[in-house]
Design a protein around this ligand. Structure first.
Ligand code: ARG
Length: 461
């Protein structure tokens, strides 16, 4: 098959090179954006008198028909086409004859592809943000029901201080809010118009790049034509934002995996979101969360791929950049798959409060509160810390807990101890009194949920 650019060549390109060079297998998904870009371009060409108004309208009509035919299945992508841009232009020319050949006036595939990816990712960011919003709402709903469900908070995976399950969940809501903000930023910087950069050096035609920007609902034309065709920052930025979001999902997944284990048994996943073993009849595995953890590696890999692919490229376009699409599409596809599955999995999980409460009752997680009790009676914190450490050691040697240690043992360490120490160190008090802004008390959790919902309303646009 003779290529569109065959004029300069005396031989046909080797079939292996054609197959190697072709990107239609993975860029066909941008057909809608390619057609939208071409319609804006044809409109501008007509308005500027670069082509006649009649040709402009014919081109737009032809492009709309191609779009309809792709969507209703009448037109199939030609796997031998070089890419989606060539495919649509060739189809247009097949349908319109010479008029079709006017579309590419003062345009190159270099600015065309830079535009198409931006338009495509702009839509994808919207879809991803919508899913993250849904996840935040699900977390808020569950947290509301567990504003007073006591569980141990950990550092170094060692029981540390008492918190509530609502508090733990709402930490993820904050991370996800920042993920939406990062996507907002990415979207803002991405939504600028490279069209009219042409191959690299702009054009001698009197084009109007502001007009195509406004037709495509983009903020402004990109200020430098070399940058317009060379910039893939927006792919790297999106891949970074998605990697961070995936890391959040991965940490959450890791915790769910632990919480499902018999060692914790804080939660149980719904059967519909668990899998079995082919040999061990008793097994119920949290495959979904493990796969999310695994796919996080993949999205981070996509991010690394883009950075590495770009780092040595001279300006302007280089064919290496064709590789951008598979990486960024993979990242986008996979985060959506993860979110779509994670949300209902979380929504249907069963929380086993008693096991959380039992775990919180062990491990001396009220020791800080015991020291604080002495501080509130006038003792300096460091002294109180030391005395409480001694009490913990005593409990360990007697195989008991601070709650059960007799008052004489307390008073032997300090005369400041009284009967009210038992209320002060009860887990309920420890949690209820942690009312500091952002803390785990039930009232603080309800405030955090309110704040999160308000913030979500502000940033989700
Ligand atoms: N398929 C190409 C890509 O994705 C389109 C741009 C081709 N431009 C060129 N000068 N060969 O990057």
């Amino acid at each position: 098959m003779a290529m569109m650019w065959a004029g300069r060549f005396s031989k046909e390109v080797d079939a292996k090179v054609n197959a190697f060079n072709s990107s239609i297998a993975f860029d066909a998904r941008m057909y809608k954006q390619d057609i939208a870009g071409s319609i804006a371009h044809a409109t501008m060409l007509g308005e500027q008198g670069i082509i006649t108004m009649e040709d402009s309208l014919t081109l737009i009509g032809g492009l709309k028909e191609i779009l309809a035919d792709i969507e209703n299945g009448k037109l199939e992508f030609d796997p031998n086409a070089e890419d989606i841009h060539m495919f649509i232009e060739a189809e247009l020319t097949k349908r319109l004859g010479d008029v079709g050949k006017r579309l590419h006036t003062s345009r190159s595939r270099n600015d065309q592809v830079a535009l198409d990816i931006r338009l495509y990712l702009r839509d994808e960011i919207k879809a991803i943000k919508k899913l993250i919003k849904e996840l935040i709402e699900t977390i808020c709903k569950i947290a509301k029901g567990h504003a007073d469900t006591i569980m141990p908070g950990y550092t170094h995976l060692q029981r540390a201080q008492p918190i509530t399950f609502g508090h733990h969940l709402m930490a993820y809501a904050q991370m996800l809010l920042r993920d939406i903000e990062r996507l907002n930023d990415t979207e803002k910087r991405m939504n600028v118009n490279p069209l009219g950069s042409c191959a690299l050096a702009g054009t001698t035609y009197n084009i109007d790049r502001f007009r195509t920007a406004s037709l495509l609902e983009m903020r402004e034309p990109m200020a430098n034509s070399l940058d317009g065709v060379s910039d893939r920052d927006f792919c790297m930025e999106l891949a970074s934002a998605l990697s961070i979001c995936m890391v959040h999902l991965s940490r959450f997944s890791e915790e769910i995996i632990m919480w499902c284990s018999w060692e914790f048994k804080f939660i149980e996943l719904d059967d519909a979101f668990s899998t079995g073993s082919s040999i061990m009849p008793q097994k119920k595995n949290p495959d979904v969360t493990e796969l999310i953890r695994g796919k996080t590696a993949r999205v981070i890999g996509d991010n690394m791929m883009l950075l590495t692919m770009m780092k040595g490229l001279p300006l302007a376009y280089n064919k290496d950049m064709q590789e951008d699409k598979e990486a960024i599409f993979d990242a986008v596809d996979n985060i959506k798959l993860c979110l779509v599955t994670f949300i209902p999995m979380l929504d249907t999980m069963k929380v086993i409060k008693e096991n959380m409460r039992n775990a919180a009752a062990k491990g001396f997680i009220n020791a800080t509160d015991c020291a604080d009790y002495l501080v509130k009676k006038g003792m300096p914190f460091r002294t109180a810390y030391k005395i409480t450490g001694g009490l913990v050691a005593l409990c360990i040697s007697k195989n008991t807990t601070l709650e059960e240690l007799p008052l004489e043992d307390y008073r032997q360490q300090s005369e400041l101890f009284d009967n009210d120490v038992y209320t002060a160190i009860s887990l309920e008090t420890c949690v209820k009194e942690r009312k500091s802004y952002g803390g785990p008390s039930p009232e603080s959790i309800l405030a955090q949920i309110d704040l999160t919902q308000r913030k979500l309303g502000e940033i989700y646009g």
